[in-house]
Structures are given as structure tokens and as C-alpha cells.
Design a protein around this ligand. Sequence first.
Ligand SMILES: C[S@@+](CC[C@H](N)C(=O)[O-])C[C@H]1O[C@@H](n2cnc3c(N)ncnc32)[C@H](O)[C@@H]1O
Length: 297
Amino acid sequence: MRKTSLGVHNFVLGGVRVTSLFLSSMATRANALKSAIADFWNAEPCGTRYLSQSFDFDAHAAERYRLEPYIADFAQFSSSAGLRVLEIGVGMGADYSRWLQAGARATGIDLSSESLSRAAERCQRMGLQADLRQADAENLPFADDAFDIVYSYGVMHHSPDTARCIAEAWRVLKPGGSARIMLYHHPSLTGLMLWLRYGIRRRQSVRRCVYERLESPGTKTFTRNEVLALMSKFDNVRVRQVYSPGDLLIHRPSVRFQGRPYQLLWTLFPRGIIRRLGKSLGLFLLITGKKPHCSTQ
Ligand SMILES: C[S@@+](CC[C@H](N)C(=O)[O-])C[C@H]1O[C@@H](n2cnc3c(N)ncnc32)[C@H](O)[C@@H]1O
């Protein structure tokens, strides 16, 4: 018996290498989860719930930046002219179009073909030349050291191997390049509300409840310390915590939350008090870091 670099025991049973069986079943599960994630976002590209008409891109962008006013400051679109930008997980392409408008040489990827076609349609209507590709954040089809900025807003926590997404972002960044990544935080008001609604009676943890119930299947959340560990190869890592629209129930409720009790909750929700008391319970972590100029792989 031999221990592999992954710490998995490698031995032969009836002529079959058990390590490879174990790893291939893990890979099969991750691939099945990834297809379920793509199916989810194909059925409801991110942000479509804000819209009464599914191709009203102006309404989508207006609502997005009203509900999440911190995006512009975090992304810094306006200082990207002439830079090579990679956006991972473009969704309906609101932010992606802003990189192009600002004069960046921006490439966008997503796992979901439906999201990509909406993003392409948005760019075409705005007269912008898009470079959009279907690709996986865990295996980016780009050379090392190719981009000045890698931006990913609310994406990597949906992918089965978030650490691998971050390692890929690091790989494709030029030395000195900037990563801007939003990940979901644990604990959060959104997580706690889901847990109160679904988790308690099933005796699930808050994280398990988020994993099963928040958007696509398998969504993960991270503490600040976990984020710092994920970003350990980056310099100047900064993490800012903000409320998501869901933390304050200021977004339009999804189809799951349309009944009378939810209407009452949305009306009576004590937003003012929560804004003051729950400052450490925001769902969104806005993370920035730089790839060092001299780095070892
Ligand atoms: C919550 S949406 C965010 C989209 C966009 N960034 C926004 O803020 O509107 C998550 C997006 O991530 C994409 N996604 C999830 N896992 C991915 C992966 N492994 N590679 C590429 N895209 C992925 C989904 O298809 C979906 O469009």
C-alpha cells in the first residue's frame, strides 16, 4: 500500500487500483453537480427575476446597481481602459458590458449557454464587440499570466471546487495583476433566514441548508479566515463585507416566496434595526488581492 500526494491510500484490490476508482467517483460526482449547476442557471439566468420582460437589459442593469450600489466601487470598471480583463461567470452580462464600455479588452466566460446568449444579445444591442466563451472556472482555457484583472462576482462559491477556481484565477493573472472576487460569507442573515425556514426542522446546519437551498445546488459559504486561506498566494488581500439584497429583503421575492406570510415578512422586516445590529452578517464578501510580481508556482 502506498500513500499518494493527495493523501489517499493507493492499493490494488482484485487487480483494480482503488485510488483511481475513488478519485474517478469523486470526479463523476463533481461533474454531475456541475451539470446540475449549469441546468439551474440555464433555466433562470442570474437576475432574470428582476425582470418582467426577460430581455429588458436596461431594467436589469438599473435594478442590479440600485440593489447592489457597491459593485462599481469594487469592480473599478472606469480604470480598466486598455487592460486585459477576464470576467468569470458573466451571467446576463451587465458587468461584462461595463468593462467593454470602459475600453477594457474584456473576455467573459460562463458555464451556462443560456446566460452567455443573453450576455451576447445585450452587447450586440449596445453595439459592443463581445468575446464570450463557454468555459469552466475550474479549468480556464487561457495561458498563464494573460490578464491584468480577473473579476468574478458571485460565481466561484457555486462551483464544486472553489479553491481550484481561485488557483486558476491566480494562474491566468499577470504578475502584479488584480483579482476582484465576490464570495458568499458564513454566517449571514440570508443563511440564517433559510435555516429558520428549512434547516431547523430537518436538523441541518446553516451551511448545509445554504448548500441545498441557496440558488444552484451545492452553494458554499466562507468565513473570513477561510477566504484568507483561499487567497494565501495573493498579496494585499482585502475583504469587505456588505449586505446582499436578500439579507435585507429589498429584492423581489423568488417564486418560492410568494405566499401571504412572505408578503407580510417583506413588509414588516425591520431593515433599519438590522442594518445597525447585523453588520457582521452580510452575505457578500468583496475580496481583492494582487498576484505578486515575483511568485513561485
Ligand atoms: C449568481 S450568477 C452570477 C452571474 C454574474 N456574475 C452576476 O453577478 O450577475 C452565477 C453564475 O456563475 C456561473 N457559474 C457557476 N459555476 C461556474 C463555473 N464553474 N464556471 C463558469 N461559470 C460558472 C453560472 O452559470 C451563473 O451564470
